[in-house]
Ligand binder design. Structure first.
Ligand code: GAP
Length: 495
């Protein structure tokens, strides 16, 4: 088990995650964090890996505004229904989320899909009092989670609580762009804002965060004829169906998608393909398969319009199972709602008849991926602490270290450093402290390879390359370094 305070203090010290932000003003606000220099490089690497993975599956990226007028959120259902249940202490005035209050005190209690009244009955029955002063709690009330703003003088507007709604709106523009042919797919990676009540889980529950949300627009009748399914039918996914959960079985069972479709565990081929794309992308980021499950929502748990919904969850050391992504079959709900509220026809021709397409959605949280990447990477070994960040995501790829500053070693190291930069690598030069200390520093920053320049380098133009994970070293000619590092960063060198 990893200690949250210990690991996050390393992430802070090494410039990954700072906060809550703004730290210098009374310790900052819960749910807001800064990403430091290494955190930002890591974020960008995750974001770009997601971008490449979606593009490979023919999802095109778009960018929409973050602020939208109230009417958009009335149409989407967020103005009315995007709420959290809240109780207030009648003595000290502190607020708590009803569901979290119950599960924090009694982790085994089931709270999904409860009504406000049912929360209150549970709180009473379990004798839960104010966490701050033990005072009596009020009845639960729904509190909207959107952050409000004003455009111009008095136009009411909201910061988007998800990227998805803002992606649906230019549907007719996509239809033109994709030459009037469905299915097509788009995605957006950007900020979302939620006024979470007393968030206490660091980067897992933020008030300002990034989502990568991808949508496939498809006619209902085409969902089970989806061509791309062929490329994924042999993919094995770790599924936990809602029926298994009803029997208290939460251990995932690996099932080939072809079998999942034939046994009607997953309803259609297009949706199964969306699940595979989401899962494969998460694996590509280097998250460990044995810690992942794909859990189906119980019909009581999912939104009333959703035809099917599964969450991809990861078993963290510090917080147990955490939702990384949701994959939802949203039917024609979104386009129908926005057509109604905007007065625009959002149907398109299908075999001569007008039809509103369905949306299949993959929704991921980028900061959750970032925190989990770091938590998974953190290892304490006998002599060192090391961040074994997956090679594709390492913020700094190589460090160049002269064994000592004198005898021309620093100058030679600087030459090698320039070579690394010319090769397009994220390289750093470090000449401060003993070589052992510099290796430890690189390990704590998750740098996969260190290149050491010593006196032999001046004689034979070779350097030592040290592998972060095994700490093994090998000698490489400077003239062969670019090819060697390309292969090493692909994981193709066995040290
Ligand atoms: N469009 C559907 C949607 O937004 P969601 O399950 O509410 O679905 C999708 O959010 C993903 O966004 C989640 O799986 C999670 O990774 C991330 N997410 C949601 N709320 C978050 C928060 N407060 N802080 C950080 N990430 C969050």
């Amino acid at each position: 088990m990893k200690d949250y305070n210990k690991i996050t203090s390393l992430f802070k010290r090494k410039g990954f995650i700072w906060g809550p932000s703004p730290e210098i003003y009374e310790g900052g606000l819960a749910g807001f964090y800064d990403l430091g220099p290494l955190g930002t490089l890591l974020f960008n690497n995750i974001a770009n890996t997601l971008r490449a993975a979606f593009f490979e599956e023919k999802y095109y990226e778009i960018t929409a505004p973050i602020i939208m007028p109230k009417k958009v959120w009335e149409a989407s259902g967020h103005a009315g229904g995007f709420t959290d249940p809240l109780v207030k202490c009648t003595k000290c005035g502190a607020y708590f989320r009803s569901d979290k209050l119950i599960t924090e005190a009694h982790p085994k209690e089931e709270v999904d899909g409860l009504t406000l009244k049912e929360y209150d009955t549970k709180i009473d029955k379990l004798g839960i009092k104010c966490l701050t002063c033990k005072g009596q709690l009020s009845k639960s009330e729904p509190i909207n989670m959107m952050l409000k703003t004003v455009i111009g003088v008095n136009t009411e507007a909201f910061l988007r609580p998800e990227t998805a709604t803002t992606t649906y709106l230019p549907f007719k523009r996509y239809y033109d762009f994709f030459r009037n042919k469905l299915p097509f797919s788009v995605f957006q990676l950007g900020k979302a804002f939620r006024n979470e009540i007393s968030p206490r889980q660091g980067l897992l529950r933020l008030r300002e965060f990034n989502q990568a949300e991808a949508q496939l627009f498809i006619f209902k009748g085409e969902k089970n004829k989806f061509e791309e399914f062929k490329e994924h039918e042999k993919d094995e996914l770790p599924l936990v169906t809602y029926k298994a959960q009803e029997k208290n079985k939460f251990k995932p069972v690996k099932i080939k998608l072809k079998e999942a479709i034939s046994k009607k565990i997953i309803q259609n081929k297009a949706y199964a393909t969306s699940l595979a794309i989401a899962y494969n992308t998460i694996i590509e980021l280097g998250l460990k398969e044995e810690r992942i499950r794909i859990r189906q929502h119980h019909p009581n748990e999912r939104a009333f319009y959703a035809l099917d919904a599964w969450d991809i969850e990861y078993k963290t050391d510090c917080f147990g199972w955490v939702e990384l992504a949701g994959v939802h079959d949203r039917g024609d709900y979104d386009l129908t709602q926005h057509a109604k509220y905007s007065g625009q026809d959002l149907s398109v021709k299908n075999n001569g008849k007008n039809e509103v397409p369905h949306i299949l959605e993959i929704a991921m949280g980028v900061e959750r991926l970032l925190y989990i990447t770091l938590e998974q990477a953190y290892e304490e070994e006998k002599e060192r602490t090391v961040l074994k960040i997956p090679l594709v995501l390492a913020p700094i790829e190589v460090k160049v270290l002269p064994l000592m500053k004198k005898d021309g070693l620093a100058e030679k190291a600087d030459e090698v450093y320039e070579l690394m930069l010319d090769q397009g690598l994220y390289a750093e030069y470090d000449e401060t402290g003993s070589i052992g200390r510099r290796y430890r520093r690189a390990d704590e920053e998750g740098v996969p390879f260190c290149i050491t320049i010593d006196h032999d380098t001046l004689k034979d133009e070779s350097v030592t390359v040290r592998d972060r994970d095994s700490m093994k070293q090998t000698r490489v000619k400077i003239s062969e370094l670019d090819e060697f590092l390309d292969m090493a960063l692909e994981g193709e060198i066995d040290f």
